[in-house]
Design a protein. Structure first.
Length: 333
């Protein structure tokens, strides 16, 4: 929901959330393009660099040049919209003379210092210096976040209203989708050819199975021998739909097991697996009482999104907003 963007991309809290390394990762590809004006809102400019600085480098990992370009344009458009919305809301707050009392800002700063820096304000100042952000700019951003929150509460949150009949109607229409899917909780020991060369993979697997057959705890065996990333969790995959996660032989082995049982060795390529069906659950449908909080939250979020979009549309109609096209091939890395 776009309204939430202000809490993550632009908030003063977000300026302190990462380390210097994370700040570098969040650096925009702006250095690879000439900066320019992305948009103008009532005479104020939003630069391309400002927008690009909010788009993390991780957005491009493992993508082709064409995919990078498409992904950039998607994220750039959403981020620019959020910048424009922010300027419009702050302008509306100024026009109606919405102001914060000093104690509100001071209390919020104190909360952030307590939660992020153990109550040590000097650590806040050091973090700002590391991020090359002045205390005055940070505090201004904090004030803007609070103003935006107050404006949203007034024009969106206070106007959301979900009635019991709305909830009942939603339940009647969407009952089949309100529940939990059938699933199987799976644990796996993944074995690879021993590096020592003293035994084959089959012999290694037989040795592991002998330990399990002798009463060894499956999770402990997985932590000791398993070669995949879930070994520290005792090989636990949690609840899954096996057909979506595993190859056919593993799915077939699972189907033959009862909860609590484990399979014999399943060979796939240069690896072997011992699969345990920890537990199994059938699909369930929530009663209206069980689904009530979920439905109410969904309806509130949907209504808030609609009210927010209507509010932004009104603000744009009463403002001068000019958006400039982003040049092509800006996503080249």
């Amino acid at each position: 929901m776009r309204a939430r963007t202000f809490g993550g991309v632009f908030s003063a809290l977000a300026l302190l959330a990462g380390t210097a390394a994370q700040a570098a990762d969040a650096a925009a590809p702006a250095a690879q393009m000439m900066d320019g004006v992305a948009a103008r809102v009532n005479g104020d400019s939003i630069t391309v660099a400002e927008v690009m600085a909010e788009i993390p480098n991780s957005a491009w990992l493992g993508q082709s040049r064409e995919q990078q370009e498409a992904r950039l344009r998607e994220l750039y458009g959403r981020t620019l919209d959020a910048f424009i919305d922010r300027r419009l809301i702050l302008a509306a707050a100024k026009a109606q003379e919405t102001k914060l009392q000093g104690w509100v800002l001071n209390d919020r700063e104190r909360e952030l210092v307590d939660s992020r820096f153990g109550g040590d304000r000097n650590k806040l100042l050091a973090a700002l210096t590391e991020r090359r952000i002045s205390y005055e700019d940070w505090r201004k951003g904090l004030e803007e976040d609070l103003l935006i929150g107050a404006m949203r509460a007034e024009f969106v949150d206070k106007r959301v209203s979900v009635s019991p009949s709305d909830i009942r109607s939603y339940y009647t229409t969407n009952r089949a989708a309100l529940g939990t899917a059938a699933g199987v909780r799976v644990a796996i020991v993944t074995l690879t050819e021993p590096a020592s060369g003293k035994e084959t993979l089959a012999q290694f697997g037989d040795r592991v199975l002998k330990e399990l057959d002798g009463g060894a705890d499956f999770a402990a065996v997985a932590r000791q021998y398993s070669a995949d990333s879930r070994a520290p969790q005792g090989g636990d995959w949690g609840f899954v739909q096996p057909e979506e996660k595993f190859a056919g032989p593993i799915v077939q082995a699972l189907a033959a097991l009862k909860p609590g049982q484990y399979s014999r060795l399943v060979r796939l390529g240069d690896q072997a697996y011992v699969i345990r069906k920890v537990e199994e659950k059938a699909a369930t449908t929530l009663t209206i009482e069980e689904a009530w909080p979920l439905i109410e939250r969904r309806l509130r979020e949907s209504q808030a999104e609609s009210l927010y979009r209507e509010w932004m549309a009104r603000l744009r109609r009463g403002a001068f907003v000019q958006v400039f096209e982003l040049p092509r091939a800006t996503a080249a890395r």
